[in-house]
Design a protein around this ligand. Structure first.
Ligand code: F6R
Length: 242
């Protein structure tokens, strides 16, 4: 496990973008695992800038997103599909057919989930997975007490997550209560993982993740067992580490 503590959000975003871009430079047909939320927005901006000045080419890259709200159409303003188009895909040369995001409108969710994991396997697995972390220690939408054995599945969102994510919606009642998320098993199969966290709201989750016992109560704590995980966190998020 590597822990890189940086001064602020900009530095976190730059370091993460450099790691992602290096992966693509070294292996142009890399499979990238991507996250949404407020944490990676700065990293995506940096990657778009690097693409615009010709430092990185995404034409052979394949992408798999961690999760999508269940019941939101991909064109819904709050869907993670829409987030990815606005923050990254509309501004780089990734091919549309190489973009994978769980279908939040799938009628047969179980099939959608199995297909998603199969598609990841078919392309040889995820080379590098970006993660954010919930204040309750979730990764993807794997909420506390999730099974570490699960692949992609339909999850019920925690009250805390619904409350935290309500900032993106007009009212809390509009936040979907379920989502399709890669499971812990899917995430742990990634060859490399980088987890980004900033701000004091993440400090407790970061402490439990890195220094606490490995337990489904803190889903991210399983990362202690991954062989190539890098935490890029700002001073505030690192504040409770001993
Ligand atoms: C997003 C995701 C979530 C977020 C987490 C942190 O695809 O899977 O685990 O990474 O909820 O969200 P932010 O970055 O908004 O604090």
């Amino acid at each position: 496990m590597r822990i890189i503590v940086v001064d602020n959000y900009e530095e976190m975003s730059k370091k993460a973008a450099i790691m992602m871009a290096s992966q693509v430079v070294l292996k142009p047909n890399s499979v990238l695992g991507l996250a949404t939320g407020s944490t990676p927005v700065g990293m995506y901006k940096e990657l778009v800038n690097m693409y615009k000045v010709g430092e990185v080419d995404f034409s052979d890259v394949k992408t798999f997103n961690l999760d999508e709200y269940y019941g939101l159409d991909k064109n819904n303003q709050q869907s993670y599909h829409n987030y990815m188009m606005e923050n990254l895909f509309d501004h780089i040369n990734v091919k549309e057919e190489n973009i994978n995001i769980p279908n939040g409108m799938a009628e047969n969710v179980e099939k959608e989930c199995l297909d998603y994991d199969r598609r990841i396997e078919e392309v040889g697995g995820i080379d590098i997975q970006v993660l954010g972390i919930g204040a309750n220690g979730h990764i993807g939408f794997n909420e506390p007490n999730v099974s570490f054995e699960a692949g992609t599945h339909l999850v019920k969102l925690d009250e805390k997550t619904i409350k935290d994510n309500s900032r993106f919606f007009d009212s809390i009642g509009e936040v979907p209560t379920t989502a399709v998320s890669m499971g812990i098993k899917t995430i742990m199969m990634s060859k490399k993982i980088i987890l980004l966290a900033n701000g004091k709201g993440k400090a407790e989750a970061i402490k439990k993740t890195i220094e606490g016992k490995i337990t489904p109560e803190v889903p991210a704590s399983i990362l202690q067992l991954h062989k190539d995980v890098t935490f890029i966190i700002d001073k505030e998020a690192a504040n409770e580490l001993s």
